[in-house]
Each structure stands twice: as C-alpha cells, then as structure tokens.
Design a protein around this ligand. Sequence first.
Ligand SMILES: [Zn+2]
Length: 840
Amino acid sequence: MSVRHCWVVCCVLLVAGVPTAEAQEDAQLQSPSAFLGYELGEQFTPHHRVVDYVRHVTAHSPAATVRQHGTTPEGRPLLLTTLTTPRNHERIDTIRRSNLKRAGQVDGTPQADVAVAWLSYNVHGDEPAPTEAALKTLHALADTSTARPDGVRASLENTVVLLDPCLNPDGRARYTQWFRETVGTAANPDPPAREHHPPWASGRTNHYYFDLNRDWAWGVQPETRARLNAYHRWMPNVHVDYHEMGVENPYYFAPGAEPYHENLTDWQRTFQETVGRHNARIFDRNGWLYFTKEVYDLLYPGYGDTWPLFNGAVGMTYEQGGGARAGRAVTTNGDTLTLAERLSHHHATALSTVEVVAAHRAEVLRAFATYHESAQEDPPGRYRTYVVHRQGEGGRVAALAQLLDRQHIQYEYVRETARVRGYSYREGTMERTRIQRGDLLVHAAQPKGRLVKVLFEPKTTVVDSAAYDITAWGLPYAYGVNAHAVPERVDVTTTTTPPISGSTALSADRPYAYAITWRSRADARFVGALLQAGVRLRVATKGFTVDDQSYETGTLLALRADNESPAFDDTVRGLARRHEQRLHALETGLTEQGPDLGASSVRTVDRPRVALLAGAPMRLERVGEVWHFFEQTIEYPVTLLPPDDFDASMLDNVDVLVLPDGDYDDWLAGARASAITRWVRNGGRLIALGDANAALAERPSYHLSSRTSSGAVRGDTTGTGARSGDETPSAPGSIHRVELDSSHPLTFGLDGPYFTLKRDTEAYTLSKADGWAAGALMTAAPVSGVMGTEAQQAVEGSVLFGTQKLGDGRVVYLVDNPLFRGFWYSGHVLFSNAVFMGGR
Ligand SMILES: [Zn+2]
C-alpha cells in the first residue's frame, strides 16, 4: 500500500476531530457531506455553497458564530467564524478585549486567559484544497455533540479559533467554475488533461489580478483592507495561512527558512519549532511525507506569515502539494494524489495546531504580551522617531497616514518647530533638519514598534541574500516624501488632528484661471475627474509666480479662456470639494516670474481615451496593476483590449495604449507591430512597461536599445510563482536613487530625487536624437535592499524612464514598474504623468 493510500485508513483512526455520522443525526448540525450532498473532495465546493455551509454551522452550533467583514470586488462576502466553547462565547468580548490589551491596542489589564488562533484559507484561489479543509475543520470545531473527541473539546476551553474559510472568494470562484465546466464525468488524473491547465486568468489572484498574499503590509485591495480591520479587532496570537504548492511536493509546515527578518523574536522562532514538532508527530504516525525549514523565507512583510509575525503572532504557512495542476486527482510520482487526501492533511495540521496552542496557552499569552510591551519600552533598531515632512508634499503625507491607519500604527502631527539630527532618506546621510508644524511623526516606541521598524527602516537588514521576494520597501522611498530617521526620540508638542489641507475658499468669484497642484495620486484623480467633466486644462511646463505665490512645473491650469461654459466655475469648485482638493484662484494671466499663462509653454492637456492589452501572453499581475490603477486608484476609464483578437481598428478611438509586462516575442510582430507603429505615428501615445520595452527595443523606429548581457535577469520573476526559491537572482528587488531631468513631463510633481524599485537587470540606452531620458540610474548601488555586484554593473548608467517622438505620436518607456503591487505611491505619480502629461 502506498503512503498516500495508507493514510486514508490511518487518518480516520488517528486524527482527532473526525465526527461520526451517527452522532450528527441527533443534532441539527450537519456534517459537510450531509449538508452539501457529497463527500468533501469529490468535487470543488462553489463559494456560495461555502457561505451556505458556514451560515448553517453558525446557525446550528452553540460553539460557532460568524461575522461578515467585507465584500469582494465581485460582491462575494468575506466571512470570519469564531469557534470556541459555548461558555467562552458568553464572554467573547472580554476574551477579545483581553487580547487587544495584551497587544497594546486597548488600555487595561486582561480579564481572560484565552489564546486566539486564526486560520486563513485559500488566499490563492487556484489552491483550492484549503477551503475544502476549512469546511471539515469548521465542522469538527463547531460540533458540540458527544462525537467530538476530548482533545478538541479541551482545546477550545482555553482557545478561540478564528476561521476564515476563503480569503479570496473571487479567485476561488474563477478557478472552481472553470474546473467545473472543463472536467468530464470523472476527474482525469493524467497530467496532460486540460483540467490540469487553467487558462489566463488563473484563479490565484483576486478580481484585479492582485496576489493577496503580497498585500498584507499595504492593504491595496479591498479583501486585505477588510481583513486587516477584522484582524485588528482580535490581534490573534497565532496565524496559519493555508496554501498549496507544486504537485510533486508533499507537505510543508513551519519552521520557515532563512533569511528570517532580524526582528522576529526568539520566542516566535521557538514556538514555530514547537508547532512543527507537534505536526510532525501526526504526520509520522500516519506515514505522510513532509518537510520544514526550506524555501519559505520570512522577510517581505506582505505575506500571511510575515505580517502576523511583525504583529506579534506566530505566523506560519502550511503548504500541501496540489494546486491548480492537481485538479481533483492527479498522477504524480507514480501515485494518484486526490483532493480528499490534500484536504485531510490540512485538516490534520489545523487540529494539531489548535491543540498545541491550547496546550501552551499560558506561554503563548505571556510571549504575545511581552512582544508588544517590549516594543513600547525598548523598540528595536537604531532610530527612535521617523519624521515625515509636510512641506510641499500635499496629498502624499495624507496617503501615507491612511496606510498607517490601516496598520494601526500610531502617529502624530507636530505643533512647534524644532531642529533635530537625522538620517535623510533623500540624501542618504545624517544631517540637521528643521521640524515644522504639520510634519508627521512616527515613534518607534509603540505597541506596533516592530512593524514600524520593518516598514520605515532606511536600509532593510537582510541576513542572507538568497531572498525570494523584494528585499526593500521603505515607506518614505515608496511615497516619495522627504523624511528623516532620528536616533533620539523627538519630543515636541503634537496633535493627532491632521492639518487642514483641502480648501476651496477662493478670493475671486470668476477668476482668470484656477491653478491645481500636481503632486499626488489624489491630484491625478481630481484632474481625471475634471477632464471627464469636460473641463479643458493646460499644464505649465515651467514654474511661474503670480501674486507672490510660486507654482511649480507641472501645475495644471483651468483657464476661463478655454472654458466658456457657464457651469465652468461650479464644475471646478464642486469637483474640488468632492475630491477635497485645494484650488488657487488666479486673477491674472500675467506672471511675475516664468512664462505668462497664455505662453506656448503652457500646453494643452488632452482627455486621453486609454486602452490596455489584457490577456495572454501578458503577465497577469502586471495587467492587474494597470487595470486597478485606472479603475480604482484614479477612477479613470480604461478599455481592456484582447491581445488574442487584436486588430488595428481597435485603436481607432484610443489615444493612449498601455503595453503591460508580458511575453511579446511572438505577439509584437508582423501586422500587429506595424499597426501599432502606424497608430503611434498618427498621434498615439504608447506606454511600454516591463518586457514590452525589450520587445520595442528590437524593432526599427524605436530608439530604445537593450544593452542587457546574456547572463542578466530577464523580466519579472519576483515572487510570482509559488514561494520556491530554486534560483538566486542577483536582483531580487532593491531601492535605487534615480536622478531626474526635472524639465521632462514624466517627472512633473515628483520633486526629485525619485526612488525606484529595481527588480531585474534589464538595461537600456535611449538615443539622444529623438529620445529624451527622464531618469537614469547613475549610481547602481541600492540605497536599501540587496543587489549583486554583477547586477549593479549591468544596470549602471541605464535609462529607466524616457520618451521618444515617433511621427506625430510618442512612446513612453517605463523600464522599472512604477505600479508594482500598487503600493509604490510615487510611481503612481510618475505613471500619471505618462498618461496625462506625455504630450502629443
Ligand atoms: Zn499559495
């Protein structure tokens, strides 16, 4: 008997928490099979049936409640069930608040000593076994009948289990629906069968093709935002994120692999080992294969294990061999791996983990409290206060504050001026700086002190360079704000009330022009709204001064001369109010410095009709970033074009075409390539991202040239696959300072220097004849994160952003992805320039 067949028998005998059918007949609570009408593993449970079963369980068990914490972009509910004894349910708020007190989120002494373990399933929609396992575990924990083994009952007396059966319902629905319509009457275990080969777009990601298991630190997606809120209502002590990996692998559980982030505590490491030993005992007993300590590093803070770790929990990833290549059954290593087997392993580790948490409850609670107390009393790292300067930053500081709010990180606004010495993110040196009213302060000494350090430290501490995801993400770089990390605590008077920024109280009723700043994503959204409302805008390509007030390059102008509609003032003012944007009323077109407002350098901004190639062979997540940017971030219409069916006529009503990162080798050729070039020559604006640049570089008419050597890291490999680090890229993702040509429209509002997240060693030059570089990598050494010396040599001096005139149109080359995972805020300003300021 093979290992996999053996366990079916052994599992029933040995794994705790498998209730018998007889016992359920007495109670109203039904098992998953009784409720759904099939045994778990026989088919994929559609998400709406998952929801039905969760509602059934919580309606019929005194041990379970459910709360909807959010809704997906496609309208599916996000659910969190609470599982514990009926007695604990009676005081559930006391238990919850006690935990928040230990986490420093609520004042006072904890009144209850109950541990909290959170189980998360199916964050990757095409790794479907976890949700099936969740149903089994949900039933086992909710069943209060005598059928429930003593172990489970005893565990729940001092533990609350929070179970989210599906973190990514839209992705799961995409996968399971596809599978349902693709499979025949019986599952076909033959690996070449089409049911093992999901099409573009796979169900891994959410509706906008974002990998939700990269988003915990940023909360770009609605699923993450809702989950962060729910998480902060509890602050669990232990968090398990359930996944599947390649079919050829057996089962993986904690402890994780190096590199660990230096801010994981000894206790977090030790307890991972305790849990691992307990899981191993059950797997040993059943003769199941497993491995630990490999592959999954704990560095990047956007994962479902690292983020909880940086929030005091013991965060762990459990991976079952399977996923989309496994269907309901697949032949692998001469054996057949079934969905039923996959889900049973995940069920076993869930019960095992709950058991080990319960057994170590006192230690778990003590260590959890200590984690947050020590962060308050003796925060890690060399900096005590991070200062974010408000001067000239407009909406960016407010946007950063929103991220801090999502993360429950405390911050304050300065009320008096002071001088301090700190590390300048922009200059990379210690220097004296002036703190002013309205500057934002984040102190390291706070319950979330470790997360603060992880997100703010100017240089990531990486123990081992074999990281598999990006190695740097410092928020001041990402947001493009002027900030200092100060070694001493900055003690000045502060307030929690943000300074008032938006104001439309204008001196003149009918000004000559309205001036609009161009610094932030909020500005881009406002400008997009004005253009959609039919307001005609111009952009000042040089700075100017009117009424002693200076306006920077990139300032937008709504001139009365361009807008004869009687509704002009109401439209502009109304939209400014709705977008909380500040307007400046100018009563004259005559400037004191710089060109007058009627000068030719004050150029018309068109209202571009934007299209994006969305489909194979483009990269799913990279397409999603662009789509999400338009639809959700700046709320500007975008038409998604099908690359498969593409033909020239599709560009007839398009002004801006975005070529996302993808595999263009075959796609950008022949008639398609000619059609696109012709369209550019006729006035189109082409924006190339990622490998679209490489494809254009190989074509005539385009003046970008690749100088990439054969050993370079090609394209986008950062953390897109399963988290398996078989290769060691020399450019996993690091932050670099970019010198900008501040007269280039791509740099408007960026107030350089710009910091780019560099994730490959593609290197280009741009011919000076028709090309215009906006930003180049003059210093290859990263300001934060890891990049190998060879990689540095490869990219030094290369062009990162630039434009080229082609006929009546323009090509915008964006070599480094400014929209990566939707969190590189200043990249959004850069990309907005490409869309609105690229010029014709
Ligand atoms: Zn996964």
